[in-house]
Design a protein around this ligand. Structure first.
Ligand SMILES: Cc1cc2nc3c(=O)[nH]c(=O)nc-3n(C[C@H](O)[C@H](O)[C@H](O)COP(=O)(O)OP(=O)(O)OC[C@H]3O[C@@H](n4cnc5c(N)ncnc54)[C@H](O)[C@@H]3O)c2cc1C
Length: 327
C-alpha cells in the first residue's frame, strides 16, 4: 500500500460522469501530485466503456478502469464492493475518494470496513500533503479536521467544494476494461421497485442559483412563484424542511442537515428563518439574499443582502424585474 495513487469512484448520469465526479477527479489530481502518484478512476456500470473512459481522462484521470455489468445498476453495495475491493488491492491507493451522494455515503464506510481502514464522509477541503480532510460538524456551525491512521484514507466529497478541471481532450491515459469480480450469488438484496421523483430543470446540487422557500412562503402557490424566479435565473428551487414536511414541495427539495448540501453562487432564501440545521446545507453559498418579515431572523446574520418584508408580495415583482433585465 501507499503508492501515492488516488482511486476516484465514478458516478454516472445518463452515461456521463456527474459534475461532482469531475470535481472529485480535480481534487484527486491535486493529491496525486503531492503524493507522486496517479489518479485512477473506477467506473462501474451497465454499458460503460471507452467513451466514458475518455471523458474521465479529459477531466484529469490518468487511468480509468471500467467494469461493465448490469449488476451494478441500480446501485447496491453488495454489487459494487467486490470490484472496488479488488481494484483497491491492485492499485494500492493512499486515498479513495467518492462523491458525497447517497451512493458514496453508503459505500465509503462499507469499503473502509472491508479494507481495514476508516472513512470520513461529507468532506469539503483537504490538506493534500497530510491527507487531512476538513468537514462541517455540529450541524454546520463548526469544522473539524480528520486525519487517518490507516491506509487508504477513504473520503466522500461534497459537491462544489472544488472546481472541476477544464476539459482537455489532448490528455492521454489508459482505459482498461475489466471483468466484473461480482457474481449474482453475492448480492443479498433485490430491488423490486423504484419510485423516482425527479424535478425538471437544473439539478439542485449543480445549480448556480437556488431560490429556496420556507414556511414564510405560505404554501404551494409560493413555490410556483419561486419556480418562476428560478426559471428566469436558470436556477433550481430548494426548500426548508418545514416546507417539505407541509407537503408544499417534493421532499427532494429539502436543503440542510437532513437534506441536500448545496453551494451555489446565489442563494435566495424566501421566508426561511435560518435555523442551524438549514444553514448546514447552504452556508457555503457564495452570496445569500434573504427576504423575511422578521428583522431579527437568524438568516440575516448569514445573508449578504437582506430585505425585511413579505416575500409573497415581493416575489412577483422580483420575477417581473428579473424578466425585464434579461429581455
Ligand atoms: C435533527 C434535525 C434535522 C433537521 N434538518 C433540517 C434540514 O435538513 N433542513 C431544514 O430546513 N430544517 C431542518 N431541521 C428543522 C430546522 O430546525 C427548522 O425547524 C427549519 O429549518 C425551519 O424552517 P423554516 O425556516 O421554513 O420555518 P420557520 O422556522 O417557521 O421560519 C419561517 C420564517 O419565515 C418568516 N416569514 C413568515 N411569513 C413571511 C412572509 N410572508 N415573508 C417573508 N418571511 C416570512 C418568519 O419570520 C420566519 O423567520 C432539522 C431539525 C432537526 C432537529
Amino acid at each position: 500500500m501507499g503508492t501515492g495513487n488516488i482511486l476516484a469512484v465514478v458516478e454516472l448520469e445518463e452515461g456521463a460522469p456527474t459534475q461532482l465526479t469531475l470535481e472529485l477527479i480535480a481534487l484527486a489530481s491535486v493529491i496525486a501530485e503531492a503524493k507522486g502518484g496517479k489518479v485512477i478512476a473506477a467506473c462501474l456500470g451497465a454499458g460503460v466503456g471507452e467513451a466514458v473512459g475518455r471523458d474521465l481522462i479529459a477531466g484529469g484521470a490518468d487511468e480509468v478502469h471500467t467494469v461493465d455489468d448490469e449488476l451494478f445498476e441500480p446501485y447496491q453495495a453488495d454489487a459494487w464492493l467486490p470490484d472496488l475491493e479488488a481494484l483497491s488491492s491492485e492499485v494500492g491507493p493512499v486515498a479513495i475518494l467518492m462523491p458525497h451522494t447517497n451512493v458514496g455515503a453508503d459505500l465509503a464506510p462499507r469499503l473502509a470496513f472491508r479494507l481495514g481502514s476508516s472513512a470520513a464522509t461529507g468532506c469539503v477541503d483537504v490538506d493534500a500533503e497530510d491527507l487531512c480532510f476538513t468537514r462541517p460538524c455540529y450541524g454546520g456551525i463548526a469544522r473539524e479536521q480528520v486525519s487517518f491512521r490507516s491506509t487508504p484514507a477513504i473520503a466522500t466529497i461534497e459537491a462544489k467544494s472544488f472546481d472541476a478541471l477544464p476539459r482537455d481532450d489532448t490528455r492521454s491515459g489508459a482505459v482498461i476494461a475489466r471483468d466484473a469480480a461480482v457474481t449474482p450469488d453475492r448480492i443479498r438484496t433485490r430491488v423490486v421497485e423504484r419510485d423516482t421523483k425527479r424535478a425538471a430543470g437544473v439539478r439542485l446540487e449543480n445549480a448556480n442559483v437556488i431560490v429556496a422557500g420556507g414556511r414564510g412562503i405560505g404554501g404551494p402557490d409560493g413555490f410556483a412563484d419561486a419556480k418562476e424566479l428560478a426559471d428566469v435565473l436558470d436556477g433550481a428551487v430548494g426548500a426548508s424542511r418545514v416546507a417539505c414536511d407541509l407537503g408544499w414541495c417534493p421532499p427532494g427539495y429539502q436543503i440542510g442537515l437532513s437534506g441536500k448540501t448545496v453551494a451555489p453562487d446565489l442563494y435566495i432564501a424566501l421566508g426561511i428563518s435560518g435555523a442551524g440545521q438549514h444553514m448546514a446545507g447552504c452556508g457555503n453559498a457564495k452570496t445569500i439574499v434573504a427576504i423575511n418579515t422578521d428583522k431579527d431572523a437568524d438568516i440575516f446574520a448569514s445573508a449578504r443582502f437582506g430585505v425585511v418584508g413579505d416575500c409573497r408580495e415581493i416575489l412577483p415583482h422580483l420575477v417581473e424585474e428579473m424578466r425585464s433585465i434579461k429581455r
